[in-house]
Write a protein that binds this ligand. Sequence first.
Ligand code: NIG
Length: 420
Amino acid sequence: MTSTLITGISELWTLDPALDDPARPGRVTDEQVHRKAALVLEDGVVAWSGPAAQAPPADAAVDLGGRAVLPGWVDSHTHLIFDGDRAAEFEARMAGQAYAAGGIGVTTGATRSASEERLRSLVRSRVAEAVAGGTTCLETKTGYGLTVEQELRAARLASALVEAGELDEVTFLGAHLVPSEFAGRAEEYVDLVTGDMLAAVAPHVRWIDVFCEDGAFDPEQSQRVLRAGAEAGLGLRVHGHQLGRSGGVALAVELGAASVDHVNHMEDSDVEALAATADRDTRPGSAAGHLAVDAGPTVATVLPACDLSTRAPLAPARRLLDAGAAVAIASNCNPGTSYTSSMSFCVATAVLQMHLSLAEAIRAATRGGALALRREDVGHLAVGARADLHVLDAPAAIDLAYRPGMPLTHQVWRAGALIS
Ligand code: NIG
């Protein structure tokens, strides 16, 4: 058991949940950011933090030379298990074509033909890219297999990476698209997803998700998928209101989903419905530091890179926060709508284009993501948190938005180990 003292921290964003201001949800308080600070890591968790002048001794010491330290990004929405790219579709979109759900079928074809070894190596290289950008807690979905065998293969591959400490959360997204072999037989496909597919995949995943949208699954079909998932003991997530007002928000709120993601097309009543879930109880979770999946607010997860890449109206993150809704920022890394895992880019976009303050954006990309994944061990650097650090090559975090696109990640630590 060795301890490491980290000094030379110009700005330390602990985002300690115990120091939240209940009257200002989603906001960062002055006490949650320290200047001239130090940290002690021990056994993979934060053991001490405070003014550098009062730092206790430790077995090893690291001097960061006056850099800002944030909790690692918590990316609560990605689709990393795929082969092929859709650059041509992207180019056509930049020339004016609208995004449609059908492109998922193209990636499904490429993914089905990939060998397991190739798929694993593709996923691992995407995880490495995310880590290099400061992400330390990563969710991925299945959803480019769409047969029992292929969804099971994806879920197994991802859960093995969770076991290996490379990924954190796996979501079953068999209800991503009705595959072409089921054309005109959507109900039969939903039977498969909620029957044999779910039974095969459930032991390997913690979450179930559904693409509730025109061209994918309607609210009734989505409800069937989510209810079956809940019965199998999975937590609920929803892709909703990406292309239109699909009904996904109401469904997510009604069923107590942990998150509804995209939320581009929002009426005031949708914003209010999400805000009204903000006070839902977060019951203490298991020893692993997980909150119960079915407790807590339905988080509105905004996906800034996706909004830009699909030229969609930006999700109303400002309105959601002002209404009191819980907000997360995620990358939505996938080959169709958002081929980037750069959370720093998403945070910069949230500040520059969605009108969040830097502190609100950082909080949404750390604590917000953790809440969307019902985790209390990540997304902050209070004593006891997993020691996941994002060390910036900058004295202050404002550089993330002030110098957008610059390589500002200096180091990344996960569970107390330097990983990038
Ligand atoms: O979250 N919207 C559904 N799923 C992905 C897109 C998948 C694709 O087009 O391949 C998303 O944007």
